[in-house]
Design a protein around this ligand. Structure first.
Ligand code: ADP
Ligand code: MG
Length: 584
């Protein structure tokens, strides 16, 4: 084929693909425009995961009627004038590509009025072409509606996930910008239902309270850059104490000069600061805001502007790591303190105390877990691999409990160190299996049904595992959008824990999907339920409780592993002991 220059409509659709990957990218670009326009109040309305509609309304400066068409031209921007400006970008936008790209792959309607004009303008475009224009009366600001995204790019549409998943990505982006700009009120609704609203108080903690709830937000640790430490890199924000962690990095958020960025090196710097404090494969909640001279950072790396390059990268990473570490060390060395910040709605003191105690307890626990991981297993103590044929346990005599985590037991052939949590998981799992096999109900009704509100991702998990959750004993009934009525929970969870929390934790476990058994959905749900129902590390058990647990473990078919495939016990044989003591 001869070389040809692509026709403009093909070229623009290719370019659009770089900026607009999925509905959440549209929301991101429109939010950035509203923020650049100085809006104080920004509303995001989304229908069907943004595929049907994304509408962003702001009360910013608006666009002069004479420039509305220009705003949709590629490389048209009011934010840069010459190439020199590229060296100190202070706005979120600067490439003049977003509106052109969005318009190329959807139907767009924009109504806007500049603060300096009396009459606004409304413009409709289809596949990037203006199809209608008329004057409108409206308050200053801009409303842009993006309908039928990717209607003319079927290939892209095919790659999108379910509307709920897409809505989940949108929710993420909206909360990120709400964190970056706590002085703005930013709200999100999905299919007409309010999902999120930041209060616009100017305090990041108030936004975090909306996102994570009072218990988690109240436990977060502030990052300070001390003023007697003059530094060109200013780091602020919040990090979770080691006891609070999540299944993925979604809650590790970074902003550079108010721009949300994804940066593996920054995430790595933070994880290094947590080194050894978190359980394996768990991630903290962190909101890290970095401010530095705009000339020190290149934001023009990628069309989506979510990647940056620092001129002095090492210095930035070190500053971040130092401040995060300082926040963690400070909390570890100080006595438990109640948050010094005021609350919108203050939770009761006892809730706070309980939350704090939980935090302290688990903090101790993860340190212990770490210490144990550091001890190399002595010869002969390695647990049987998970794949080994299940062997029956001999009758064991419980000797005691160590670190509120392990049961020491003695058998005819040496010593057994039993992980109380893993062992209980195994016991509950087999109990559930045998009850299902016998056709016995696994469910226990709640005295009062509870309304449980779920975010879009949780809703997605509920829908995916609908039948299996039911089988395991959860009785859930849709209750308006974004909520369910919880009528019953698996019997192994009943009375152990707040039913709502139990459900949330099972959903988190399922979403993480790390269970090797996840190939079978019913087994995955049961394993997740047992994980929640089992006694935790950190719980003191009486001698009777330990004996009972060990008896029940002896009766299981695979006492050596938990339902997730991890070992429940370490066996130190009599010979191994003798060898260690140089007796043989
Ligand atoms: P960029 O943000 O990189 O300049 P965009 O394509 O996103 O490029 O927007 C083009 C121009 O349209 C902006 O430079 C700005 O002047 C104007 N604009 C877009 N959205 C808004 C808005 N919500 N309020 C005011 N002006 C806007
Ligand atoms: Mg823009």
């Amino acid at each position: 084929m001869p070389i040809r220059i692509l026709p403009p409509e093909v070229a623009s659709r290719i370019a659009a693909g770089e900026v607009v990957e999925r509905p959440a990218s549209v929301v991101k670009e429109l939010l950035e425009n509203a923020i650049d326009a100085g809006a104080r109040d920004i509303q995001v309305e989304v229908e069907e995961g943004g595929l049907r509609l994304i509408r962003v309304s702001d009360d910013g400066c608006g666009i002069p009627a004479g420039e509305v068409e220009l705003a949709f031209a590629r490389h048209a921007t009011s934010k840069l004038t010459d190439v020199d400006d590229l060296n100190h970008i202070v706005t979120l936008g600067f490439r003049g590509e977003a509106l052109a790209s969005i318009a190329a792959v959807s139907r767009v309607e924009m109504s806007t009025r500049s603060v300096e004009e009396e009459i606004g303008a409304q413009l409709s475009l289809e596949a990037g072409e203006v199809v209608r224009r008329r004057p409108v009366g409206r308050p200053p600001g801009t409303t842009i509606s993006v309908e039928n995204l990717f209607y003319n790019v079927p290939a892209r549409r095919k790659f999108l996930r379910s509307p709920l998943t897409e809505a989940g990505h949108i929710q993420e982006v909206v909360t990120y910008y709400a964190m970056a700009y706590p002085e703005r009120r930013i709200s999100l609704s999905h299919n007409g239902r309010p999902i999120f609203r930041s209060p616009g108080t100017g305090r990041l903690l108030d936004v975090l309270l909306e996102i994570h709830g009072p218990e988690t937000a109240g436990a977060l640790l502030p990052i300070h850059t001390f003023s007697d430490e003059p530094s060109p890199v200013i780091v602020s924000g919040y990090v979770s104490p080691p006891a609070i962690h999540r299944a993925d990095r979604r809650h590790m958020v970074f902003f550079v000069n108010g721009r949300w960025v994804r940066d593996k090196a920054l995430a790595y710097a933070v994880l290094q600061a947590y080194h050894a404090l978190l359980p394996a494969n768990r991630f903290p909640i962190t909101v890290v805001q970095i401010h530095l001279d705009p000339a020190e950072v290149d934001v023009n790396v990628h069309p989506t502007k979510t990647e940056v390059r620092f001129r002095a990268a090492g210095e930035v990473f070190r500053a971040v790591q130092r401040q995060v570490r300082a926040a963690l060390v400070q909390q570890a060395s100080s006595a438990p303190q109640f948050p010094a910040f005021g609350w919108g709605e203050r939770p009761s003191l006892s809730t706070e105390i309980a939350a704090r105690q939980q935090v302290l307890m688990s903090a101790g626990r993860s340190a212990v877990e770490h210490a144990l991981r550091l001890i190399p297993p002595a010869e002969g103590t390695a647990p049987k691999p998970a794949g080994a044929p299940p062997s029956r346990l001999p009758i064991l005599r419980v000797v005691g409990q160590v670190r509120q985590m392990y049961i020491i037991a003695e058998g005819p052939d040496g010593l057994y160190l039993i992980d109380q949590h893993a062992a209980h998981e195994r016991v509950l799992y087999e109990q559930m299996l045998s009850q299902t096999a016998a056709g016995a109900p696994l469910s226990q009704a709640l005295l009062e049904p509870l309304v449980v509100s779920v975010d879009l991702r949780q809703q997605d998990v509920i829908q995916t595992y609908d039948a299996e959750l039911r089988t395991a004993g959860f009785e859930l009934e849709p209750f308006g959008e974004g909520a369910y009525l919880l009528r019953a929970v698996p019997a192994v969870l009943a009375g152990r824990q707040d039913p709502r929390t139990a459900l949330y934790e099972v959903l988190e476990e399922l979403e993480r999907g790390e269970t090797p058994l996840a190939r079978r959905k019913d087994a995955a749900v049961m394993a997740a339920v047992c994980k929640r129902g089992a006694v935790k590390a950190g719980q003191t058990l009486s001698h009777e409780e330990m004996t009972e647990l060990v008896r029940r473990l002896e009766a299981t078919s695979s006492p050596q592993t938990c339902p997730h495939g991890r070992p429940t016990m370490i066996h130190l044989s009599a010979e191994a002991l003798a060898r260690q003591f140089l007796r043989s």
